[in-house]
Every structure is written in C-alpha cells, then in structure tokens.
Write a protein that binds this ligand. Structure first.
Ligand code: NAD
Length: 466
C-alpha cells in the first residue's frame, strides 16, 4: 500500500479507506486515513525541519532540481495512478506529471530578490524575503500531482516546510509523490498525509501552521479563510471559476472548433479554468455550433488506460450527480441539447460530451460552475453586451477572446474581469504564468515568480552606511 510520509518515514496509518476508480465505479486500492496523532507528528516534523531548511538557498535549489529528475523518471508510474484514481487519459496524466517535474525545475531556477530601497546619507534600507515556517497545503481531485507540485515547489524554494493533504478522492499519486520526494529532501521538509475534509479543517486550525495554500471550491475556500482569522494565518486561495469564452464574428469556425472544444472539455471539463460558458456572435453562431457539434461526435469516451480513449469519465460519483442535476435543470429551463446529454458505458461515471443551446443566462448551467463535460452555447449580437454578460458573475478566474484579429481581441481582453485572459486559445499554461483569481475565484497569487513571493514575508533591514 502507498503510505503517508511523515518526518521522512513511510506511515501506513492505523486506519484506511477505499479509493474508487471512476472508470469502473469500484474500489481498487486503499489509502491511509490520517489520525490526529499522525497529524501532530507531521506538524512537529515540519516545525523541526524548518530551522535548518530556511538557512541556505543552495541546498534548496539542488533538492528541487533532484526532485524534478525523480518525478520525470516516475512519470509513467505516477501517471497510471492519476488515471486510475482520477480518470483522465494516461497521456494526459503523464503530461500532468511531467508538468509537475517542470514546476520543481522552474522553482529551482527562481531568484528570491533582496531589494535595496534606500542607500544614501547615513542610511541603507534592504528589503528581504523571509519564509513563513510551516505551510499547510490542501489540494483538489482534478489535477492532484501538478497542483501539489506547484505548492510544494514554491513553498520549499522560499525556505518553508510543508504538510500537504490531497483530496480524499485522489490520494494515491500524491502520496507516492511524497514518498519519492524523500530522496531529494531532508526528513520533515515535505510531509504528505491523507484523509477527508475534517483532516483539512484540523490542519487549518493547527498552531504550527503559519501559511495556508488551498486549491479547491469557493465554498471550502470561504470556510478556510474564516478558520484562518483567529490565528491570522496567511492564506492563498485558488478557487472555482465560470470562465467565459467570447467568439467574435471574424473567426474561422472550422479552424477554431477543436481548440474551443478542448478548452471546455479537457479533463472532462473538470478544470478550474475550462471554458464554462461560450458566447458566440450571431453572425458565426450557426457555423461555430455545427463545427463544435461535429467535433464532439468524433471524441471517444472511455477508460483512460485504454489508448483509444480521448476523454475519461467524470472523476467522482458526487460530481456525476451534479452534472446530471444541471443537465436536468437545463432541459427544464428550455435548453436544447445539440449533442450528448446522458451517461454512457455499462459501468463507471462516463458522460457524453454535451452541448446545450437556447438557455437563458439565469439557467443554473450558465450561472454556476458545472465542472463537467457539459457546455452552454450562448449567442450575442453586441460585443459590449457579451462582455457585460461574461463579467456578470461572482467568479473571475479566467476567460478568452477569439478573433481573426489579435489586436481586436487584445482590446477586449482588458475588459474581462478575471485573472487570466487567453486570445485564440484557452488553458495554455507555463510554469512562469501566475494564477490570480479575481472576485470569488481566489485570494493571492500562485505560480510564476509572483507566486513564489506569496510564500515569503517581507523583512526590512535598516543599517547605517559606512
Ligand atoms: P473541495 O473544495 O471540495 O476540496 C478540495 C480540498 O479541500 C480537498 O482536499 C478537501 O478534503 C479539502 N477541504 C474541503 N473542505 C475543507 C475545509 N472546510 N477545510 C479544510 N479543507 C477542506 O474541491 P474539489 O471538489 O476537490 O475540487 C473542485 C474545485 O476546485 C472546483 O471548484 C475547481 O474550480 C476548483 N479548482 C480551482 C483551481 C484553481 O487554481 N483556481 C484548480 C483546481 C480546482
């Protein structure tokens, strides 16, 4: 069995629970259910390790480079675990793991700046960046390995130590990552434990924690922020989204249809920044809708371990129920299904890629984050109106503008109220891209050089010039 890692040691855990493969709907492995005593051990180990780890940058860079090599060398093993517990195709899981290796390598190369902000007369003032101490990192089930890697890499590069908990639905690849990383890091620097939401709540409350890094739903994020207040724990939140893509009247529908499709349906739509509402100018609406429908019909849905599959199942049973609920509500709201609309396969949580149209903006499928393989197509006649509708949400994660003229799209990009805007693409990210959700989509920044600074606090040193 894959173990937790606490203070550099494998801990099988006194209690365990079953992990379900969404392609079969059956339990295929078990994971430790971390006890309060094991959590205490993890926090104590991270606190002890912090004293030495924060001191020197050289070993931190070396460990991160080593971590990148180790993760890349285990891409197949980790990728298989991701596919089995999360559902995405093996090719995509391996891409995720290689992306995780990239996060470690990128963090190894980042500089932590010291700024001299005053250096005249009698006084020199330097601004240093110091680590916080123990970081509690909590991750969701949609991209378990790369989200964990992003948090760990930035936290430890800055000199913090980490106690990380993956989603209870997808603990295995992250636990294995924790085991593998021990080859690169001293004991206690990276601790990985597993369990449910209650374990997450205990982590947030723990007095050893000085910084929280959370990725998950907006609802849980609000609870976490409130729970962080009594101890003033610094908190980064990467939360949900309801991304709009706006397609202008000068596009080539056939050329953009595959990119639009994968911008919405990658990982079965279970991407924080996937296209979740597609606004299309009425002049090209019919042709875009037809091209997308045609493309959706060609996509093969199946077990992610089958090389013929292009799209895996919905990842969890509760998420499948939610998708079904939103589809039923969309039908009741007068929506018309162009393609899909139902489960498929004799077992597992498969759902055919689904396109809806003729829905009002108030329909739940448009107003809420669906986080599944169902996309509403919405026509518009006036670009100003499309921007207004795109911004009429509490979310502000990302968005995209599609046009034959990049200059035209650029002008509109700044009017979208969200943290990331793509032009003629959606979901392209590199390690240097910061993620900063606006409004209910987040607090603070993760990833990139700006994200690294979030794992540091400012210390100002004032000294006489000599
Ligand atoms: P979730 O909020 O249910 O769970 C995420 C993690 O938080 C899990 O590990 C869970 O056990 C833990 N948790 C839940 N409640 C908690 C609490 N009160 N205190 C402490 N820990 C708690 O989210 P999910 O269903 O796993 O993931 C899907 C959501 O994540 C979607 O809304 C998606 O948009 C969002 N997401 C955002 C980003 C981003 O970068 N903005 C990336 C991926 C996913």
């Amino acid at each position: 069995m894959i173990s937790m890692t606490i203070d550099g040691r494998k801990i099988a855990g006194a209690d365990t629970y079953g992990v379900v493969n969404p392609a079969t709907g059956a339990v295929f492995a078990s994971a430790p259910n971390c006890s309060q005593a094991e959590l205490e051990n993890a926090m104590a180990a991270a606190s002890r390790a912090f004293h030495g780890w924060q001191r020197e940058e050289g070993p931190r860079r070396e460990a991160l480079t080593r971590a990148a090599d180790i993760v890349a060398a285990h891409a197949d093993e980790l990728g298989r675990l991701v596919t089995q517990e999360q559902g995405k195709t093996l090719a995509n899981s391996i891409r995720e793991v290689n992306g995780a290796a990239g996060r470690f390598r990128y963090a190894a190369g980042l500089e932590i700046p010291t700024d001299i902000v005053h250096d005249r007369d009698e006084l020199r003032v330097e601004v240093w960046r110091r680590p916080y101490g123990v970081v509690a990192a909590i991750t969701p089930w949609n991209y378990p390995v790369i989200v964990a890697a992003g948090k760990i890499a930035a936290a430890v590069r800055a000199g913090n130590t980490v106690v990380l908990k993956p989603s209870p639905f997808t603990p295995l690849a992250t636990l294995r990552l924790g085991e593998l990383l021990q080859e690169a890091f001293p004991p206690g620097v990276i601790n990985v434990i597993s369990g449910g939401d209650e374990l997450g709540k205990s982590m947030i409350k723990h007095p050893a924690v000085r910084k929280i890094s959370f990725t998950g739903s907006t609802e849980a994020g609000k609870h976490i922020l409130a729970a962080a207040v009594p101890d003033l724990k610094r908190t980064i939140l990467e939360l949900g989204g309801n991304d709009a893509a706006i397609v202008l009247d000068d596009v080539d529908p056939a050329a953009i249809a595959p990119r639009l499709f994968w911008g919405a349906f990658q990982n079965s739509g279970q991407v924080c920044s996937a296209i979740k509402r597609l606004y299309v100018h009425e002049r090209v609406y019919k042709r875009v809708a037809e091209a997308l429908t045609e493309f959706a019909r060609t996509v093969r849905v199946g077990d992610g371990l089958d090389p013929a599959s292009e799209l895996g199942p919905v990842s969890t049973e509760p998420q499948l129920r939610r998708v079904e609920e939103l589809v039923a509500d969309a039908k009741a709201s007068g929506g018309r299904i162009r393609v899909g609309g139902a489960r498929t396969g004799s077992r597992g949580y498969f759902f055919t890629p689904t396109l809806f149209e003729e829905l009002p903006d108030q329909a739940r499928l448009v107003a809420e984050e669906q986080f599944g393989p169902v996309l509403p197509l919405l026509a518009f006649t006036d670009v100003d109106d499309a921007i207004e509708r795109a911004n009429a949400t509490q979310y502000g994660l990302s968005g995209s503008v599609w046009s034959g003229s990049v200059a035209r799209a650029r002008d509109l990009a700044s009017r979208l109220d969200c943290g990331t805007v793509w032009i003629n693409q959606h979901l392209m990210v590199v390690p240097a891209s910061p993620t900063a959700g606006h409004k209910w989509s987040g607090l603070g920044v993760e990833n990139g050089a700006v994200g690294l600074l979030e794992f540091t606090q400012v210390q100002t040193l004032s000294l006489p010039r000599s």
